[in-house]
Write a protein that binds this ligand. Structure first.
Ligand code: GLY
Ligand code: MN
Ligand code: MN
Length: 437
């Protein structure tokens, strides 16, 4: 058995222990986890890409399985029922034979109904309705159990970290190809296609729609289109794109200056690289992520002052909302089976930790601890919708609007790496994967 197989089986064994403890504490004898099923477009017979429920994928590295079930009982091997009806339109799901499958009792079923058992105290989690849960005699999506299971996804096993590192390696191959395509003068669609080819994935397998923004599109945080034609001038490219490996997502952003970018943009990009490195080196157990996010704002203010974009004090730029107009998103988030992974906004006891009122988009509010995997993604953008209101505010004279106009065709900068917190500090999975390519 390979080292990877050993890690995977250890992950499943730890999961069995963790679930058994939670179920026993909640007085539940049997828990069903439903993979979910695709929903067709309204009035249509076509389906958007499907991905199985995160808690299902935590056990089963087959994010494409639908209509399938897991049955978890304390001190019994998990039962995996794979929906595999005879079907000449599609290739039915196959019985897995990789080493991890030995941890399960596996049944192939042409029926989408849940496997039964004799348990009395039953619960079911997943995308089901009360009627379906009622027919199973099970409590549906108990909130305290779901919170606890979300918390259980926050700290990654060695197997999960290895998957994330592999996902990073694949994604970086895509980013290198995207950069080459940009330098060769390609437009957004062709950059996107170059990314897919080099990272070896079809579009429906991406962990999220790749963001490929040329020029001012780099300033649209989740820009969702791909222009077919290349622009006349190349100011900048922002690519935020990942890869999914055995269920686990890479989430990497790179920004490149083009030949038409003003010097100030290239200099801001360099400053952002330094800032991102500083923020990453601060990642360690016990660090409050909300404070690290706040630190990004102070450093961003200093960066904007140094480049002459703003003239006020650092304090005034942060408290007056200038830095939040240049960067309205959070410093990062938990990463795993979901690109914005679960469990990041509650403490160990399950109490909610809401985002600060100044930072509603911050998706991670708990302190860092060993095993967490997070993104560190500082940004700086020219977003007219957010900057316009500052023109009429008390700080308007503190902003060099002509420099802002010069930067506007470059859209923005975001740099994003994936970081695992260790007992003493952190490892940068993206940098480690870069060394392996
Ligand atoms: N790719 C979305 C994000 O960076 O959060
Ligand atoms: Mn991210
Ligand atoms: Mn991203």
């Amino acid at each position: 058995m390979s080292e990877r197989d050993t890690l995977h089986l250890a992950h499943l064994e730890a999961l069995q222990h963790a679930y058994s403890a939670l179920l026993e504490a909640a007085g539940i004898d049997a828990l069903w986890i439903y993979s979910g099923a695709p929903m067709s477009h309204h009035g249509d017979d076509q389906y958007p890409a499907f991905r199985a429920y995160g808690h299902f994928v935590h056990w089963v590295p087959m994010a494409e399985l639908s209509h399938s079930w897991l049955l978890i009982r304390p001190a019994q091997p998990p039962l995996l029922q794979i929906h595999a009806p005879d079907d000449f339109w599609h290739l039915p799901a196959q019985r897995p034979d990789a080493a991890w499958s030995r941890a399960f009792e596996i049944r192939l079923s042409d029926d989408a109904a849940p496997p039964d058992c004799s348990a009395t105290h039953r619960a079911v989690i997943g995308d089901l309705d009360a009627q379906q849960a009622g027919a199973m005699g099970a409590t549906l999506n108990p909130p305290a159990l779901l919170d606890a299971l979300d918390r259980g996804r926050l700290h990654k096993s060695a197997h999960e970290v290895a998957c994330l590192r592999d996902a990073n390696r694949q994604a970086l191959a895509g980013h290198a190809a995207a950069r080459q395509a940009f330098e060769a003068g390609a437009g957004e669609l062709d950059i996107h296609l170059a990314y897919l080819v080099a990272s070896r994935q079809r579009e429906s397998a991406l962990p999220y729609d790749s963001i490929v923004g040329l020029n001012h599109h780099a300033g649209v945080l989740h820009y969702q289109h791909y222009d077919l034609e290349a622009p006349q001038q190349r100011h900048a490219l922002l690519v935020d794109a990942g890869h999914r490996e055995r269920g686990y997502c890479a989430d990497i952003t790179r920004t490149w200056a083009g030949p038409a970018a003003p010097d100030v943009f290239a200099s801001l990009l360099e400053a952002m690289q330094t800032l991102q490195r500083e923020l990453i080196s601060a990642c360690a157990p016990g660090v409050a992520f909300v404070e690290l996010h706040q630190r990004m704002h102070y450093a961003l203010a200093a960066m904007l002052i140094e480049h002459g974009v703003i003239r006020c004090s650092i304090e005034a730029a942060v408290t007056g909302g200038i830095t939040r107009a240049f960067c309205p998103h959070g410093l990062g988030h938990s990463l795993g089976i979901q690109v914005h992974d679960v469990g990041g906004k509650q403490n160990d006891a399950g109490r909610p930790l809401p985002s600060p009122a100044t930072d509603p988009a911050l998706r991670l509010t708990r302190p860092l601890s060993p095993g967490m995997v997070v993104t560190i993604e500082p940004g700086c953008y020219v977003i007219p919708m957010l900057l316009e209101p500052l023109r009429s505010g008390g700080l308007a004279a503190q902003i060099d609007w002509s420099l802002v106009e010069q930067l506007a065709p470059c859209g923005g900068i975001r740099l994003e790496d994936n970081i695992v917190i260790t007992d003493t500090g952190h490892h940068n999975l993206t940098a480690l994967a870069q060394q392996e390519t």
